[in-house]
Design a protein around this ligand. Sequence first.
Ligand SMILES: [Zn+2]
Length: 377
Amino acid sequence: MFKIPIYHNIIMSSHIKTQKGKPREDETKKILHMPLSSSRTIELKEKHRAGGQGALSARESRELLLGGNKAHQEKVVASGTTPKSRYNKIVAKEADYLTVVCSDARNQTLDSEDDKLVGLQIRVAGNVIPESGVSRYEIEEAAEGLKEGGLVLITAHIKCGAVAEHVKWKEGGCCDTGSQPLNRLLEAVKGADARENALAQLDHLNGVVGDDKSVAAVLYDWETGTYEFLSPEPPEMVELLVSKWELAHKLADDGTLGERLNATQKPHAIVIGSNDMPFSVDTVFDSEQNAIFSTTGSEGGLDNYDEASILYAVEHLGVAHIAFVAPENGSTGAMFEKWEEDIRTMGAVADKLDSRALKITRLGYDLSNGACKDMQE
Ligand SMILES: [Zn+2]
């Protein structure tokens, strides 16, 4: 069944501390067989958590991602499986579920290394269902990657920035924003709040996904870690997936989590993951809630929604670092080249790249062990 040994280990760790005092780091590691973040990674995490916009430089952001990835590799080893076996299920179109999740950094990921369920993710601002002609991949195509009876799940969240922008844009008479990607995203978001938007996206999804798949929507409250089902009688798999939010929230909460998440979205990077990654990017970089903003790219390149997300992350959230990540194979370099070309067509963002106020890191994901390697080195 569904196990969450990472959290188990956190509980065990505090148990050991109360019984025997604070153990030395190497002893704890030996006892628990679990990764402990290096002191440098902890230092960077704390710097990011305490700081405001732009607390980490692009170099520090990259270092924090790679430090987190080391913890992911150790968890992969502990899980006794490999990312490759999950990837094979994706290639064989046998994935269990597909989530459409808002790019917002405050969202809690649904997967972990020891999950038995294999999921695909589409990270897109406002958790909008990709529209053909706007997106370079379509939801129908993505849903075909699921086994029969597989689940397509929309995970919306409270206080969605994309919905707030949509409401403002509508009140202002739906004027041209000066950015075609942004215009298209604002058109695709619906309703007056996150719940209404999720229900509209669910309606759209019902019209395009075949009867052999189930669809559902859930609204996540990152302030409390709780959730609300937006579809009547959601399949059992939905409950199984989202029930971990409450536990993760409890374990991460030092008494200020809800307040910190509520204050502002504060990512140190925007991470663009390919649509065939066997884990969410949050899992691959062992990221804390509010650490990374993310979107999904594909072999066809980046689409209007990705570009709108990048624009928002760079201009509004002030990130200085864009990271690409995809399973490393013969065509990864060419795909990353295409992603960068697409980004360089975006005026304001391209200017920041030219002036080196913004940097791109290209990371190849090793399916045999979960390691990320800088492809520029
Ligand atoms: Zn959102």
